[in-house]
Design a protein around this ligand. Structure first.
Ligand code: C5P
Length: 303
């Protein structure tokens, strides 16, 4: 028997970052949205833990580790440890989310694995426990479980769903080479050594009300990403890429999370498809069109 769970990529509509805490993490005040780029994770019983990764479309999976450091594998081990069990599984990931792109693809795999194994073994883990295990695995994993649009506090792991009456269209432009999230945070600290200790307490009020109203224009004007300068400092050529995307989309454009994926919010599916065509014509090799918000990790097949 196998269970397949689908989990979405995330974008940060607002990413307000504070001074690093004692444990090295940065306090965040963020608004997440799950968008329609997905990884599918299929799990089945096995003698020993094993993970494999297969690309969907153009995604480069060569940098995904297949050893014990793989986050889906860590998720599986954490779940059985939580229940005091000694089980193992074969985890097969079909990856449609660009790797190391600031879209939380690894977090999606971890969330999908938690849900899939919970169903495979009928563990009936409570939502509270699943969220706690997810938060230990990575800052974005709890959000990948709940999906939709959500407010994130702590270092991103304390999530609460937001009321969102809209449906939005995104143009998503990945880069060939990923960026390391810890490196981007380190660069953020280097660029802002004297950051006000209360900086992260700025709640994204305008953005939350734009979602509540379902107003894409208000959303576009209130989006904010505090990691963008740090990512651009590490990868200066991204500025030109952002300008090119801006020139070909009638959109508000910014980096997704710690980058280097570039995001544009456009007014409609038609605009998104037109922008994609223009960007491909201009020489961009891969351009995705996605909509959000979409559901968090959910079962798509029992076989
Ligand atoms: O939580 P996650 O494993 O995704 O984080 C990866 C790294 O990114 C952390 O080890 C830390 O260096 C950095 N990070 C941070 N502050 C956050 C989230 C991540 O400094 N809020």
């Amino acid at each position: 028997m196998s269970v397949t769970v689908r989990a979405p990529a995330k974008v940060n509509l607002a990413l307000v970052v504070g001074r690093p805490r004692e444990d090295g993490y940065h306090p965040l005040n963020t608004v997440y949205q799950a968008i329609s780029l997905y990884d599918d994770v299929r799990v089945s019983d096995a003698e020993d833990w094993v993970v494999s990764v297969h690309p969907i479309g153009e995604v480069d999976v060569s940098v995904v580790p297949l050893d014990d450091s793989n986050i889906a594998l860590r998720a599986g081990r954490a779940l059985v440890a939580h229940h005091g069990l000694e089980l193992a599984a074969d985890i097969v990931i079909h990856k449609g989310i660009p790797v190391a792109g600031g879209l939380a693809g690894g977090s999606a795999d971890a969330a999908a694995t938690l849900v899939a194994l919970d169903r495979l073994w009928d563990l009936r883990t409570t939502d509270e426990d699943l969220l706690a295990i997810a938060g230990e695995l990575g800052s974005d994993v709890p959000f990948a479980l709940i999906g939709g649009s959500a407010h994130g506090l702590g270092h991103g792991e304390l999530v609460s769903p937001l009321s969102d009456h809209g449906s939005y269209w995104w143009v998503v432009v990945p880069s060939d080479e990923g960026l390391s999230t810890p490196e981007v945070y380190r660069e953020f600290d280097r660029l802002q050594p004297d950051l006000d200790p209360t900086a992260h307490q700025a709640d994204p009020v305008a953005l939350v009300s734009a979602l509540q109203e379902g107003d894409p224009d208000a959303l576009a004007t209130s989006m904010r990403n505090d990691l963008e300068d740090a990512a651009l400092s590490l990868r200066p050529e991204l500025a030109e890429r952002i300008a090119l995307v801006q020139a070909h989309c009638d959109a508000k454009v910014m980096l997704s999370g710690s980058g280097p994926t570039i995001l544009g919010i456009v007014a409609s599916q038609e605009d998104a498809l037109d922008s994609r065509a223009a960007l491909l014509e201009a020489g961009f090799e891969v351009v995705h069109v996605a909509t959000g918000p979409v559901a968090g990790a959910h079962v798509v097949e029992y076989a």
